[in-house]
Design a protein around this ligand. Structure first.
Ligand code: NAP
Ligand code: F7E
Length: 384
C-alpha cells in the first residue's frame, strides 16, 4: 500500500464490539487504523488482541492511543497527530439500563463527547478533509407505536421520543452531528443503527446474557437464568453486517443519515426459546408477570449432542424435564421501557446497496456455538 494514498481512520470506542469488527474491515480494505482506548486497571483489548502487531515491526497499520471522550485536549491532540480521513465515533457508555444509574456521565460521554470530536475538526481546520460517522441509535425512537411509518416501521423521517438518559444523550449527538454538517459543511453522518449483536457482544446485553446463560445451563455449569422484561421486541442484526454499513455511509458522494436494520422484530422470549432450541431443549413459559417461569419441557438428545459435542450422560449437574430454567428478576426492569423496535432499511438498501447477510437464526447459531465452545474451553477438565 502506497503510504501517500493509504486512507487513515480514527475510531473511538475501538475496544468495543463494533470497534473490533470495524478495525478488521478497515484493515482488510488497506486503511491505516488508529484507535482510542481508555486506560483501565486491567486489560481491555481482548476483542482486538488478534489484530495487534508489535509496534516495533516495520509495517504497522493499527495503532492504539490512550484517550477519553471527556477530554477535549486529548482528542484534539490525537486528531492533530493522526489527521484522519474518516472518524468513526463509536465510543459511548452504551448500556441503557446503566444510563439510569449514571445519567450525568452518559450525557458527558455520549452527548458532549460527540461535540468535542466535531469541535476538534473545526479547531484544526479539517472540515474539508475529515469525514465523521456518528453512532446514533434506534433508541432515539423510544418505541412509540404512533411514531411508526404507515408500513409499521421506524425510518429516517419518524419522530424521536427518547426513553432513557442514554437515548437523551444520543439525541444530542444526533442533532449536533446534523447541525455541524449544515453549519460548517462537514461530511458528518448519523447511522441510526438498530440492535446488533455477535459473539463479541458485552455480557450484560440481553442476547449475550441469554446465549451465555443457556450454554452454561446446557453444560451443567449453572441452574437458572434470571431476566427482566420478556415481552420487549427488538430488530436484532449481526454486528459484522452493521460495521459494513458504517463504512458505506462515509463513502457516499454526499453526507446523510441512514437507518440500518433488518426490518424484522422478535420478543426477548423468542430469543430465549431459539437459544435453548439450539441445544435441543424445549422451553415452556408458565405464569404471569414477575411469577412467570420457563420450564424444561423436552430434551432432544440427538440435537444436544450434535450442537455441544458432549455426551448428555457425561454432564455432571444435568437438567431434567420439569426443571425451572428461567425466572424473572424485577431488578432488570427499566424505569421507562422501549417496548418495540423495528427499522425500515429501504433507504440504506437503495442508496448504500447495503443488505444484512445474517438473519436471526444465523445470529443465534453464531452466538450459541461460540459460547458453547467458550465454556467448554474454560472448563476443559470437565469436557476433555
Ligand atoms: P460497546 O461494546 O459498549 O463499546 C463501547 C466503546 O466505547 C468501548 O470501546 C468503550 O471502552 C468505549 N467508551 C466508553 N466510555 C468511553 C469514554 N468515556 N471515552 C472513550 N471511549 C469510551 O458498544 P458497541 O455495541 O460496540 O456500540 C458502538 C457504538 O454504537 C456505541 O456508541 C453505541 O452506543 C452505539 N450503538 C450500538 C448499538 C448496538 O446494538 N450494539 C446500536 C446502536 C448504536 P471500554 O472498552 O474501555 O469500556
Ligand atoms: O436490552 C430487555 C430490556 O440491554 C434489550 C444497546 O446496544 O441496543 C442496545 O440497547 C431488551 C430491553 O439492549 C433483560 O428491557 C429483558 O427491552 O440488550 P439490551 P437495548 O436496551 O435495546 C440499542 C439500539 C443501543 O443503542 C444500546 O447501546 O431486553 N431485557 N431482560 C433485558 N435486558 C438486559 N440487558 N438484561 C436482562 O436481563
Amino acid at each position: 500500500m502506497n503510504i501517500n494514498t493509504q486512507k487513515i481512520a480514527l475510531i473511538t470506542g475501538v475496544t468495543g464490539q463494533d470497534g473490533s469488527y470495524l478495525v478488521e474491515l478497515l484493515l482488510e480494505k488497506g486503511y491505516m487504523v488508529h484507535g482510542i482506548k481508555r486506560r483501565a486497571s486491567s486489560f481491555n483489548t481482548q476483542r482486538l488482541d488478534h489484530l495487534y502487531v508489535d509496534q516495533h515491526e516495520s509495517q504497522v497499520n493499527f495503532k492504539l492511543h490512550y484517550g477519553d471522550l471527556t477530554d477535549s485536549t486529548n482528542l484534539i491532540r490525537i486528531i492533530q497527530e493522526t489527521k484522519p480521513d474518516e472518524i468513526y465515533n463509536l465510543g459511548a457508555m452504551s448500556h441503557v439500563k446503566v444510563s439510569f444509574d449514571s445519567p450525568e456521565y452518559v450525557a458527558n460521554v455520549d452527548g458532549i463527547g460527540t461535540l468535542r470530536i466535531l469541535e476538534a475538526i473545526r479547531i484544526l481546520g479539517l472540515e474539508k478533509k475529515t469525514r465523521i460517522y456518528q453512532a446514533s441509535t434506534s433508541e432515539l425512537y423510544g418505541g412509540l407505536p404512533e411514531n411508526k411509518n404507515k408500513y409499521g416501521f421506524y425510518d429516517e423521517k419518524s419522530p424521536f421520543y427518547p426513553r432513557s438518559p442514554y437515548a437523551v444523550a444520543k439525541i444530542y449527538g444526533f442533532w449536533i452531528t446534523k447541525n455541524y454538517r449544515e453549519a460548517y459543511n462537514i461530511f458528518a453522518c448519523n447511522g441510526i443503527l438498530f440492535n446488533h449483536e455477535s459473539p463479541r457482544r458485552g455480557e450484560t446485553f440481553v442476547t449475550r446474557k441469554i446465549t451465555m446463560g443457556v450454554s452454561q445451563i446446557a453444560l451443567g455449569l449453572q441452574n437458572q437464568l434470571y431476566l427482566g422484561n420478556l415481552d420487549a421486541q427488538r430488530d436484532w442484526g449481526h454486528a459484522k453486517d452493521y460495521v459494513k454499513a458504517m463504512w458505506l455511509i462515509l463513502q457516499q458522494e454526499n453526507p446523510d443519515d441512514y437507518v440500518i436494520a433488518t426490518g424484522k422484530t422478535i420478543k426477548v422470549r423468542d430469543f430465549v426459546i431459539m437459544a435453548f432450541n439450539y441445544v435441543g431443549f424445549d422451553i415452556k413459559f408458565v405464569g404471569h408477570g414477575v411469577n412467570e417461569v420457563g420450564i424444561l419441557e423436552k430434551i432432544n438428545l440427538d440435537k444436544f449432542e450434535k450442537s455441544t459435542g458432549v455426551d448428555f450422560r457425561n454432564i455432571e449437574h444435568v437438567s431434567e424435564v420439569g426443571d425451572v430454567l428461567l425466572k424473572i428478576d424485577p431488578k432488570y426492569f427499566r424505569p421507562t421501557e422501549v417496548d418495540i423496535l423495528i427499522g425500515d432499511p429501504t433507504k440504506s438498501k437503495t442508496d448504500l446497496g447495503w443488505e444484512p447477510s445474517y438473519d436471526i437464526n444465523d445470529l443465534v447459531v453464531d452466538m450459541m456455538s461460540s459460547d458453547i465452545e467458550l465454556f467448554k474451553k474454560n472448563n476443559f477438565s470437565l469436557f476433555k
